[in-house]
Design a binder for this molecule. Structure first.
Ligand code: URA
Length: 208
């Protein structure tokens, strides 16, 4: 995904409509048998949610059980922690776009495999182009799977969290842990809150 998307100058309602169509097309005609298998093992497709004029686009790994149940990203325990993190960055859910690399819950919450991730990237690229429109160029990668998928290369989140990488097409990637890691470990939780404080400073200093 290192080659990001071209700018789209269409109006917000047009972008919203195109995104819904794109989601529907993916769900009805999955690009690979591996994605069809994921879809068939999940309750539903979990789309992204939030603003079509976002200050940042947050990307997680794949839906968990609550997300699968409700059809929205980050609505379980990780989502509650994500709300705290957004607060640390002076953001609310309606100022950002939140989505996942993989749009179906893998059974038993296993990590999506490389084939499933690769087969989901064209949808993610299209989603980013449609949601970002002409203004937002800042992605927040939540955890290794999202950061590596977006950067198109390995990233050590332990080493790089709290920092920004430049990507093609003017995009920038802010690196942090996955919220579930912050729920498991107090040190990671503190590090994530500090990361999101930095994110808030970045957003204050410059329109992204
Ligand atoms: N974990 C994720 O990566 N995404 C969600 O939407 C929920 C939990």
């Amino acid at each position: 995904m290192s080659a990001m998307t071209n700018r789209l100058d269409t109006s917000r309602p047009a972008r919203e409509h195109l995104l819904l169509q794109t989601y529907k097309q993916f769900d009805e005609n999955p690009p690979m048998p591996e994605i069809a298998a994921l879809r068939d093992g999940a309750k539903q497709f979990v789309p992204g949610a939030g603003s079509f004029t976002p200050k940042a686009i947050l990307i997680g790994e794949a839906p968990g059980a609550r997300e699968d149940q409700f059809g929205a990203p980050f609505v379980g325990k990780s989502g509650r922690f994500l709300d705290e993190l957004l607060l640390a960055a002076n953001l609310s859910r309606d100022e950002v776009w939140i989505t996942n690399v993989v749009k179906y819950r893998p059974k038993a919450n296993r990590t999506p495999d490389p084939v499933e991730i690769d087969a989901s990237l064209s949808l993610l690229r299209r989603e980013l182009a449609l949601v970002a429109g002409d203004q937002c160029r800042l992605i927040v990668g939540l955890g290794r799977v999202a950061c590596c998928a977006v950067a198109g290369k390995p990233i050590s989140v332990t080493q790089a969290h709290g920092s920004v990488r430049s990507l093609k097409g003017d995009w920038r990637l802010f690196i942090s842990y996955h919220p579930s890691a912050g729920l498991r470990d107090k040190g990671t939780r503190r590090a994530m809150i500090a990361d999101f404080d930095v994110l808030g400073q970045i957003l204050k200093g410059r329109d992204a």
